[in-house]
Design a protein around this ligand. Structure first.
Ligand code: AKG
Length: 308
């Protein structure tokens, strides 16, 4: 499925390993226009023209539950849609088979990609978006977070990326933080939480990762990162995807995709390649049914989790 030619130089791969993120030009102008039109047909008619037109003020939603497409624009907030099984989104499935995307993810992560997240991040101009600084370890109970997963010894079998269809400067990150535990200053900013820092926390070393239309920021989601914009000036239309390599056991992110929605009726609506992708997901879910087994336990060697 991927291009046979390598797309990344060693310098870019080293940058990704050391800094935890990498920005790459991915989509052509036609692909950007096409995806934007599909998304606008799904959500724009229901949105206010401008953040001030929204009926009520509200901050961002809790991303992991996901919003429903037909609710877009009800509140003055940023929306997070899980779109793989949402009605009417099939026209966007070409992005799941995009050769350059597949090739880049394989070069950064490994072979035999399994999708675990296909979402849309959207908001209108005028919206304030504030998601606290975090690592994507929300699924792990705070007392079970083992800092060995923030080290080069841990192969983090997950990669996620933001693919911007408009200018997007909402993603922020602390480069290099994915392979080391929090510093004392970062712990102070987290203010006692091992999940989310308070919304107004100043995170030392945090930088914006701005994207132009068509660019993707690939990132290791053990990185300390956040979504943040004081006031959006451009509509946010960003595709967000996560993969892991089927060559190794999955991480807790694998369970973000709701397999209960992958019913035989739903699978029948899919093009053959996408159906196969979902069937591979279901097969792996049968092999690794329990999310709680995916993170190391403090009293056990890392190899026990890695060699499952
Ligand atoms: O780009 C964003 O809004 C941040 C997304 C994020 O923090 C996440 O998916 O974990």
């Amino acid at each position: 499925m991927k291009l046979s030619k390598k797309m990344l130089g060693q310098e870019q791969i080293d940058f990704y390993r050391e800094q935890g993120y990498l920005i790459v030009d991915v989509l052509s102008p036609d692909e950007i226009k096409n995806s934007r039109e599909i998304i606008d047909s799904l959500i724009a008619p229901k949105a206010g023209k401008n953040g001030r037109d929204f009926p009520k003020k509200s901050s961002s939603s809790f991303q992991h539950f996901g919003d429903s497409l037909d609710e877009y624009g009800r509140d003055a907030r940023h929306y997070y849609f899980h779109i793989i099984t949402a009605t009417g989104t099939q026209a966007l499935h070409n992005l799941l088979l995009h050769q350059k995307i597949q090739g880049l993810v394989e070069e950064l992560l490994g072979p035999d990609l399994i999708l675990n997240n296909f979402s849309l991040l959207a908001a209108e101009p005028g919206i304030r978006y504030q998601l606290g600084w975090h690592r994507d370890i929300i699924q792990i109970p705070e007392r079970e977070i083992d800092e060995r997963i923030f080290s080069p010894a841990w192969f983090h079998n997950n990669l996620q990326f933001n693919l911007a269809l408009n200018e997007d400067d909402c993603l922020w990150a602390v480069p290099g933080s994915h392979i080391r535990p929090n510093t004392p200053d970062e712990n102070a900013a987290f203010n006692g939480s091992r999940h989310y820092a308070p919304i107004d926390a100043q995170m030392p070393g945090g930088i914006p990762i701005p994207l132009r239309p068509g660019q993707a920021a690939f990132y290791n989601n053990n990185l300390i990162h956040r979504g943040y914009a004081t006031t959006l000036s451009t509509p946010r239309r960003t595709i967000h995807m996560g993969f892991h390599s089927g060559a190794r056991p999955p991480t807790w992110h694998f369970y973000l995709l709701d397999d209960k929605k992958l019913t035989p009726n739903y699978l029948d609506t899919l093009a053959p390649d996408i159906r196969m992708m979902m069937i591979r997901y279901l097969e792996l879910k049968r092999k690794y049914p329990r999310m709680e087994d995916t993170w190391p336990k403090a009293d056990r060697p890392l190899s026990e989790v890695l060699s499952r």
